[in-house]
Design a protein around this ligand. Structure first.
Ligand code: PBG
Length: 324
């Protein structure tokens, strides 16, 4: 009790604060999202994500070399699909020579020690911009799962270490796991977006991939923003179906969910600081309203404190450059 206990005593010097800090961040804590586009020598800034770029495969390889030199060795790939290749069934998603599959193969060939995770969902491939097949204005679950399983297999065959289903269909982790087992890919992992909310924070990402839903919204498959206990059910289902890593998304507004999952399961948790969060921090710092460097460090550590094992973040390179 005061004055014997003075909490400020432990804050007196930086050395002491560093010594007793409970959570900190290193390059090992990051998964770097990368947007791949068709073509050569293309590096296109995403308008609503200043200083973040879509790149053709040749330049993605250069970027990965740089990331590697910073110790950032895990990447999460997204592909922008050309408009004329989109259809209701996301047929292009299972093309063995599709952009995603070629990107995976090129990265694996050149950098075998880079851990490749690939996004699995139909929205960038769907003429409706939805994560599943559309019939009579509804998103059909089980047909979609069959396609997601084939899509996952094609990514793994190209060299992906993990597939990352972000679609929120029921039972897709099981469909994918069964397919990978059947084909002998026992060590290929699944990082499941288990608790993915129907959030407003995905706007800039949908601009980047041109994947906005063509009608309606994603509320019949992504989670209701008011729900907390439902996240536990979602994670339990995915763990039972064979997920190796659980993703919670978006990030900063859902730290309570990360902590709930951390307290209820023994499974690695990934947090995703999504595109809208990136855009907000960029916009405010551009206006001089917040300090960008301090804010990106603070938000990164917040994910670790909440219980995340690692963070998918567009700030990964900036944070590591800052602290190294
Ligand atoms: C696709 C997908 C989305 C994101 C990751 N995978 C968009 C969506 O669900 O609409 C969002 C990522 C971000 O905003 O940074 N299923």
């Amino acid at each position: 009790m005061y004055p014997i206990n003075r909490n400020r005593r432990l804050r007196t010097t930086e050395t002491l604060r560093n010594l007793i800090r409970e959570n900190s961040i290193t390059a090992n804590d990051f998964l770097v999202p990368l947007f791949v586009v068709e073509g050569k020598n293309i590096k296109q800034e995403i308008q609503s994500m200043p200083n973040y770029f879509k790149m053709s495969i040749d330049l993605i390889l250069k970027e990965i070399k740089l990331l590697h030199s910073l110790g950032l060795k895990s990447v999460l790939l997204f592909a922008q699909v050309e408009e004329n290749l989109k259809d209701n069934y996301g047929t292009e998603a299972i093309n063995k020579n599709g952009l995603m599959q070629r990107a995976i193969k090129s990265i694996k060939d050149k950098f075998p020690d880079i851990l490749i995770m690939s996004d699995v969902a139909l929205d960038p491939y769907s003429s409706y911009g939805h994560d599943g097949v559309v019939e009579n204005g509804l998103i059909v679950n089980d047909i979609t799962n069959d396609i997601l399983a084939k899509m996952s297999l094609s990514h793994v065959e190209a060299g992906a270490d993990f597939v990352a289903p972000s679609d929120m269909m029921d039972g897709r982790v099981k469909s994918i796991r069964m397919m990978l087992e059947k084909e002998g890919h026992h060590n290929s992992g699944i990082m499941s977006y288990s608790a993915k909310y129907a959030s407003s924070f995905y706007g800039p990402f949908r601009d980047a991939l041109d994947s906005k839903p063509g009608f309606g919204d994603k509320k019949t498959y992504q989670m209701d923003i008011g729900n907390r206990e439902e996240a536990i059910n979602e994670v339990r289902n995915d763990v039972e179906e064979g997920a190796d890593i659980i993703m919670i998304k978006p990030g900063i507004s859902y730290l309570d969910i990360i902590r709930d999952i951390k307290n209820n399961f023994n499974i690695p948790i990934s947090a995703y600081q999504v595109s809208g969060e990136y855009a907000m921090i960029k916009a405010a710092s551009k206006n001089g309203w917040i300090d960008e460097n301090q804010t990106i460090l603070e938000t990164s550590i917040a994910f670790k404190r909440a219980g995340a094992s690692f963070i998918a973040s567009y700030f990964a390179k900036d944070v590591i450059t800052l602290i190294s």
